[in-house]
Structure formats: structure tokens, C-alpha cells
Design a protein around this ligand. Structure first.
Ligand code: SAH
Length: 223
């Protein structure tokens, strides 16, 4: 793993390595099989991506609030989406919805070139600070990610971490042939996690991975 983490990332008590290992074993028991993904989850200190008062809950397999009505996704969902993305054998990845920065950090820990877009300026500022403190390289911008990041595209894989009623065409257009897009699609009450593969003949092959519940993909930006 490429990450060289600072000492505070090691954790103590309820954020210790033993507690993290327990989360990894739970993910394994729940069907996450890719050792690269399990290793990344083991390495990235999730407790540093939530408010300090929630730090002791960071290695439970649950989503947690990060302010502005948003959440850091449940570890199993992060792991499942990451597994799906790796099927494209990607180098360059786009994430829509940086949020806490945790998913982006997991992708960076896998050695991927990560580009991430967040519409809430304050969340992005906090995420960037975490990337800096942990020595993680992630390219990020404050924008409406429904437009993707055309100047930096195309991407080998795209991960959308907020829910929309339908797949966004602008994102599909920034996916290389052979690339994979993973996104929660459906009504706000609950969605299907879709994996979309851009076939070499131009078609998009769709597969439903799991039922999920994400916060909504919204338009425009806020400070
Ligand atoms: N991947 C995040 C999950 C954050 S929740 C993590 O690991 O913590 C979803 C995030 O998507 C929120 O921060 C929300 O502000 C953001 N979001 C919603 N609509 C967006 C859009 N159109 N463009 C960019 N980000 C968006």
C-alpha cells in the first residue's frame, strides 16, 4: 500500500488496529472478497474522516453524519462499490460526491489516480485538509459533479456516491470503452446500486449489485 500515514492515523482504543481488523472480518463475512479492497479499508483511518465525537463509532459498519445533511457511506457499501470499480482495471477514476473524502482516500490507497467533485464547498475544504494531513494525493474540485470533469476525462471508472432517479448521460460520456460506472439509481427512499460497463462496441451493459440508500444527487453548488 502506498500510503505513508502520520502517527495520529494509527488510532487507540475504539479506533485501534484491532477494531479495524474486526470491521474487515465483518466485511469479509458479508461477501467482500477482494483482498486489495479489504487491505485499503484496513489501512485508511476512517475515524479521521468523521467528527471527533463520532470517532469511536467509525469502525462500525454504518453510515455516519458528516454535517450539511450528508453522510459518510457505510463501509460495506464503500467496499462493494470499490470492488465493482476495480473490475475495469482502472488507473484514473472520477468520484462524484467527495463528502468526507473517505471513499476517495480508499481509492487513493489502492494506487489509483483519483479525481473527485463535491458541490458543498465547506465539506470539500474539510476533505482537502484531511488529504493533506494524511499525505494522500487526490485531485478535487468544487462543482456540480453531474457534469463530471470533462477537462480531466475520460476516466477508466466513475463512482457516484449520491442517488439520482436515472443515470447521468454526461457521466457515461466520460467513461472509456471497457470502463465501469457504479452509481445508486432510483427514488430517494431507496435505490439499486448499478454497475454499468461501457462495452467496446459502444453499448452499456447494466448489472444490479445491491439495494442501497444514499443521500440525493443535487444540482448546483453551495459554499
Ligand atoms: N463519498 C462520500 C459520501 C458522501 S455523501 C464519502 O466517502 O464520505 C454524498 C455527497 O455527494 C455529499 O457530500 C453531497 O454534497 C455530494 N453531492 C450531492 N450532489 C452532488 C453533485 N451534483 N455534485 C457533487 N457532489 C454532490
Amino acid at each position: 500500500m502506498r500510503m505513508h500515514l502520520k502517527p495520529e492515523a494509527t488510532g487507540t482504543g475504539l479506533t485501534s488496529q484491532r477494531v479495524r481488523d474486526r470491521l474487515v472480518e465483518r466485511l469479509r463475512a458479508n461477501g467482500i472478497a477482494d483482498e486489495r479492497v479489504l487491505n485499503a479499508i484496513r489501512t485508511v483511518p476512517r475515524h479521521l474522516f468523521v467528527d471527533e465525537v463520532l470517532g469511536t463509532r467509525a469502525y462500525e459498519d454504518t453510515a455516519l453524519p458528516i454535517g450539511h445533511g450528508q453522510t459518510i457511506s457505510q463501509p460495506w457499501v464503500v467496499a462493494r462499490m470499490t470492488e465493482a470499480l476495480l473490475q475495469a482495471g482502472p488507473k484514473k477514476v472520477l468520484e462524484v460526491g467527495t463528502g468526507s473524502g473517505y471513499q476517495a482516500a480508499v481509492l487513493a490507497a489502492l494506487g489509483l489516480e483519483v479525481h473527485t467533485v463535491e458541490r458543498i464547498g465547506e465539506l470539500l475544504r474539510i476533505a482537502r485538509k484531511r488529504f493533506r494531513q494524511l499525505g494522500i494525493t487526490v485531485r478535487s474540485k468544487h462543482d456540480d459533479g453531474r457534469a463530471g470533469w470533462p477537462e480531466n476525462g475520460p476516466f477508466d471508472a466513475i463512482i457516484v456516491t449520491a442517488a439520482a432517479p436515472a443515470l447521468v448521460d454526461a457521466l457515461k460520456a466520460q467513461l472509456v470503452p471497457g470502463g465501469v460506472l457504479v452509481a445508486p439509481v432510483g427514488p430517494s427512499a431507496g435505490q439499486s446500486l448499478l454497475q454499468l460497463r461501457h462495452e467496446f462496441d459502444g453499448r452499456f451493459e447494466e448489472q444490479v449489485l445491491a439495494p442501497v440508500v444514499f443521500v440525493p444527487l443535487l444540482s448546483g453548488t453551495v459554499d
